[in-house]
Design a protein around this ligand. Structure first.
Ligand SMILES: N[C@H](CCC[C@H](N)C(=O)O)C(=O)O
Length: 278
């Protein structure tokens, strides 16, 4: 089934975006893996699918697939590109767009200065909902890893699971070595995205993220939210944080109340359009 697609990115975290509202197609994990290949396919970190919503008070359904073909609950950088895509493709004339994901509802707002503000919802901190194996909820957890030794991290879900480690310098952090080990650690029954966070000051961090199902990416929106939540809960950060990722900067605003929603602000860029046999 030939379909049109857009190739987009949010700070270098790159996506293939397909409208299955006006086009027909079915997503198969094996085909996702083929298309995500940067030599034999289009190449992307995630595939984003636009579908008709399942409820009348929502504009679209937003589905996300990692490069390995796994379908996941949320993608922050993808949400900004989703909003830009449905507006530019004239699937909606709205600049405030409500979408449903596997994690629930999100509001996406296209601003006049070419940014996108996303209401990312409230963080999920209860271990069993992250999911993370722990006897009780805490701001950080320490446990032994056979290969790494003692590990201390924060555990936060933004609909998708994240582990957040503090490091002195992201440039020398063991992302390639520890990322895959912690991504698949038994304490994360659904695996996890692993963030390596350097505290610059109470309103600025540097961050690298080894993403579940895609490896290290140039930016991770849910990872930025998880890192800011973890940093504030651990007393290192104050509300209103600029997150500097290898691909650029996001602004993450959370007042520290566990029930409060997190607002993420950042860019979304269309690189090219194409046609592909899905
Ligand atoms: N790899 C993530 C999904 C994409 C998240 C990331 N690209 C973002 O911007 O939030 C996971 O398996 O939960």
């Amino acid at each position: 089934m030939w379909v049109k697609f857009s190739k987009m990115h949010g700070l270098g975290n790159d996506f293939m975006v397909i409208d299955l509202v006006t086009q027909n197609g079915h997503v198969r994990p094996q085909r996702v893996r083929e298309l995500s290949d940067r030599n034999f396919g289009v190449g992307f970190d995630q595939l984003l699918i636009v579908e008709k919503p399942s409820r009348p008070d929502v504009d679209f359904k937003y589905r996300i697939f990692n490069a390995d073909g796994s379908e996941v609950e949320n993608c922050g950088n993808g949400a900004r590109c989703f909003a830009r895509f449905v507006y530019d493709q004239r699937l909606t004339g709205k600049r405030c767009i409500k979408v449903e994901t596997a994690n629930g509802l999100m509001s996406l707002n296209l601003t006049d200065d070419d940014q996108v503000v996303v209401d990312m919802g409230a963080p999920i901190l209860e271990p069993q909902l992250i999911p993370f194996k722990a006897s009780q909820q805490a701001a950080e957890y320490s446990f032994a890893s056979d290969t790494i030794g003692e590990v201390t991290l924060g555990a936060v879900s933004m609909g998708n699971p994240h582990g957040v480690l503090r490091v002195d310098d992201v440039d020398t952090a063991p992302v390639e070595q520890w990322g895959p080990l912690l991504e698949s650690h038994s304490r994360f029954p659904a695996k996890a995205n692993i963030g390596f966070m350097q505290i610059v000051d109470p309103h600025r961090i540097r961050l690298r993220v080894f993403e579940r199902g895609s490896g290290e990416t140039l930016a991770c929106g849910t990872g930025a939210c998880a890192a800011v939540v973890s940093g504030q809960l651990r007393g290192w950060l104050q509300p209103g944080v600029t997150v500097s990722l290898p691909g650029g900067e996001l602004f993450i605003d959370w007042d520290g109340n566990p029930d409060s929603h997190i607002q993420m602000t950042g860019p979304a860029v269309t690189v090219f359009e194409g046609r592909i046999n899905l």
